[in-house]
Write a protein that binds this ligand. Structure first.
Ligand SMILES: [Zn+2]
Length: 135
């Protein structure tokens, strides 16, 4: 599934593309602007990620964590990786979730929301791309 997004065979609101990774909006976000970062190479879990990709992958996570603040006006972010347990797609993905004090996120219970329509999702993606594009 995520390999198909990386290959451009499945549509997604892509917000960041690097040599090694692609980030796009989670279609069922915890909060709007919730992004998933996947390595281009198919690996299942974080322990499977080759050491030479670890640095570039974390650098992209860092850019997304800054991007949700700069692009969406979030106060901060929550970054998480599920490995095997609670991992819905068997291709490594880091969640970068915009956070704002009082947003109601408690512990690891993640209520999901929906975009009103594809245009709203496209708007969130555009706001993130606007701050993520410059290298
Ligand atoms: Zn894959």
């Amino acid at each position: 599934m995520f390999c198909r997004i990386v290959a451009g065979e499945e549509p997604a609101h892509v917000v960041l593309e690097t040599d090694d990774a692609v980030a796009f909006l989670d279609a069922r976000p915890v909060f709007k602007g919730h992004t998933l970062l996947v390595p281009r190479r198919h690996v299942v879990t974080l322990p499977d990620l080759p050491a030479d990709l670890l640095g570039p992958y974390l650098a992209a996570v860092q850019r997304l964590a800054a991007g949700v603040v700069d692009g969406l006006g979030a106060q901060g972010s929550f970054v998480a990786v599920n490995n095997v347990v609670s991992q819905s797609v068997a291709h490594l993905h880091a969640h970068v979730v915009p956070r704002t004090k009082g947003d109601g996120l408690r512990g690891f219970f993640w209520p999901r929301t929906k975009y009103a329509d594809d245009a709203e999702a496209a708007d969130y993606a555009e706001r993130l791309r606007a701050v993520l594009e410059p290298d």
